[in-house]
Design a protein around this ligand. Structure first.
Ligand code: MN
Ligand code: MN
Length: 316
């Protein structure tokens, strides 16, 4: 049973290695008009502090998404039954100017959100979440945040710059874009500049679940706590692939050992079901460091899982 909505191209109509490599082999659309949700790429990596390459993330995530089928066997979600979804392509960033790119991204997302379309973003480095959250704030006001990452991304500045992939959530707090008592950061770990690096978010009311707190555990209880925390508030999901362990996701710019497992990543996203989600992203995939393609494959699957928990999705 399928609806008249857009459907991913079936492997029975065109072999999975053929045809256009849109996200999930969905139809493309020129804009977000009349869509309930869209996949959109932001091929930007000029905000990175170490390895670059995330500019190739959207293209490679799309390529690895061609194996995805429409029905979620684990959760029984059938997102294309009830949602009209398309791949609207990439935001035309200015690769010679981070400042200009940030403006271009905010403007593109303002349009998507004004169309009442939920963006599912293929990054791109984590800088892009700042203009996205600015646009989200313009439509929804301040939002709750589920942030998966090895890093808190709350630096005040990097090399003197206020806008980088390590600063977006500091700026978001300063600009009032977040409901600080409804922010959870999951998977934080690694070395820091100071012992209290993770205390700044705690002092601002964030719930921190370090990687060590997550080791050896199911994250379902944590996500029950997160759902309680979020209530009916609008929520944004920002998933930095380096939250996962580099054994699973080596293709990223700032890898940290001792990270989350694939299973925990799935539990986090699936645990967001029933939340009032207004946007999602999957960032920091760097295909030049993803020799097996597994990082992009994981990213594609996590983006699909995000689609499966959006408000209005049917479950069979
Ligand atoms: Mn990040
Ligand atoms: Mn990170």
């Amino acid at each position: 049973m399928t609806s008249n909505n857009n459907q991913p191209l079936s492997g029975d109509e065109m072999p999975r290695f053929g045809g256009p490599a849109t996200m999930m082999r969905l139809p493309t659309a020129d804009s977000s008009r009349d869509l309930d949700a869209c996949f959109v790429g932001v091929p930007l990596d000029i905000g990175t502090s170490n390895r670059s390459g995330a500019r190739f993330g959207p293209r490679q995530i799309r390529a690895e998404s061609t194996l995805l089928r429409p029905y979620n066997m684990a959760t029984r979600a059938a997102p294309f039954d009830s949602l009209q979804v398309a791949d609207i392509g990439d935001v035309a960033v200015n690769t010679f100017s981070l400042q200009d790119s940030v403006k271009l991204i905010e403007s593109a997302y303002h349009q998507i959100l004004s169309d009442h379309c939920i963006p599912l973003t293929l990054g791109g480095d984590h800088t892009i979440v700042l203009p996205i959250l600015r646009a989200v704030h313009g439509i929804h006001g301040p939002v709750g945040l589920v942030h998966v990452d090895a890093h808190a991304d709350i630096n005040d500045a990097m090399f003197g710059e206020k806008i980088t992939h390590g600063t977006p959530f500091r700026r978001a707090v300063e600009e009032g874009l977040l409901l600080c008592d409804k922010v959870v950061q999951i998977g934080l770990r690694g070395t820091g500049y100071a012992a209290d690096d993770f205390d700044w978010p705690r002092e601002h009311g964030f719930r921190i679940a370090t990687a060590e707190e997550c080791w050896y555990k199911s994250l379902s209880p944590l996500m029950a706590e997160v759902r309680e925390m979020m209530g009916e508030s609008p929520v944004y999901i920002s998933f930095d692939i380096d939250g996962l362990d580099p054994a699973f996701a080596p293709g990223t710019g700032t890898p940290e050992i001792g990270g989350l497992t694939i299973h925990q990543g799935l539990e986090i996203v699936r645990g967001c079901r029933s939340l009032n989600i207004v946007g999602c992203d999957l960032v920091e995939v760097s295909p030049p460091y993803d020799l097996s393609g597994n990082t992009s494959l994981t990213a594609a699957n996590l983006l699909y899982e995000m689609l499966c928990v959006l408000p209005g999705v049917n479950y069979r």
